[in-house]
Design a protein around this ligand. Structure first.
Ligand SMILES: [Zn+2]
Ligand SMILES: [Zn+2]
Length: 283
């Protein structure tokens, strides 16, 4: 049964590990942006010069898109509750004992979100929310902008960071990997710890999002969700072009600009064309 949730309960992660990941991400996005804007940028370019303005514009574009896609990832209803689920179990559908509803093909129940998510991919701990049919686009653009942002930050502050903590060596790598330990052992100052932590984090984020994007683009091109890949199911592969349209919508070439740019998805998340007819196998 649907329980009444307050606005905050509905959008802020309730599971402690999700809440910590969510908070960490929000805080670090602010810290890194402020560091680049107020510490690094003025050292390279005169405030309000053309280069300064260009970097501010690019940085803000990435940063705002991260927050906007994150917001839509969290606040989009990923269930089909508003569609009204049929009371009769149709072929390929399953009954969810938790929601006490019939759920369409590719929908799965999430124990954390406590709801059935249409075309469920996975539960994202940073958002404290499942990624599915209605918010897949926001998740992908969030990952893309985080990846671009991490690359930009690394390339941008590289010169400044190496001048502060030294160029590539065992000591600098150790400082980035274990900044707290190196600070406690007296190998670096508190400011060195701060810079090393942020640099290590942005390098880690770049590697993490490279892997994530590679994995997601690969399964999207095959018409699979993470769940279906794990189960080795490949029943909805309509060719890579259509598979991408199923995630990014028909205006995919504009959807990347901003999350509110309309890009309608084919279908309502309850019906899917199969690669081949095998309806009886679903039962
Ligand atoms: Zn359910
Ligand atoms: Zn979930």
């Amino acid at each position: 049964m649907e329980s009444k949730k307050s606005w905050l309960q509905a959008y802020i992660p309730q599971k402690p590990s999700d809440y910590v990941a969510f908070l960490f991400m929000i805080v670090m996005l602010w810290v890194i942006a402020l560091f680049e804007l107020f510490v690094v940028l003025p050292l390279y370019h005169e405030p309000f010069s053309s280069w300064w303005c260009l970097h501010v514009f690019c940085g803000f574009f990435l940063w705002l898109n991260v927050f906007a896609n994150f917001f839509f990832l969290i606040t989009t209803d990923t269930t089909g509750k508003n569609l009204g689920m049929p009371s009769v179990l149709k072929p390929g559908w399953t009954y969810c004992p938790f929601c006490q509803l019939n759920a369409p093909p590719r929908a799965h129940h999430c124990q954390v979100c406590n709801e059935c998510v249409l075309k469920r991919d996975h539960h994202c701990i940073f958002a404290g929310k499942c990624v599915g049919f209605w918010n897949y686009r926001y998740y992908m653009f969030l990952a893309l902008y985080l990846w671009l942002g991490a690359f930009y930050a690394n390339a941008f502050h590289h010169e400044y960071v190496t001048s502060e903590i030294g160029s590539f060596s065992v000591a600098t790598v150790l400082t980035m990997v274990t900044p707290i330990l190196m600070w406690m052992l007296g190998y670096t100052t508190l400011y060195g710890f701060f810079i090393s932590f942020m640099t290590g984090l942005s390098i880690f984020a770049f590697i993490l999002f490279s892997g994530m994007l590679f994995f997601q683009i690969r399964i999207i091109s095959r018409g699979q969700t993470s769940y279906e890949r794990k189960k080795k199911k490949k029943e909805y592969d309509l060719g890579w072009k259509q598979n991408f349209l199923d995630v990014f919508g028909e205006k995919w070439y504009l959807a990347w600009i901003w999350p509110t740019v309309s890009s309608p998805l084919p279908g309502d998340g309850t019906n899917y064309k199969k690669t081949y007819f095998q309806e009886s196998k679903d039962l």
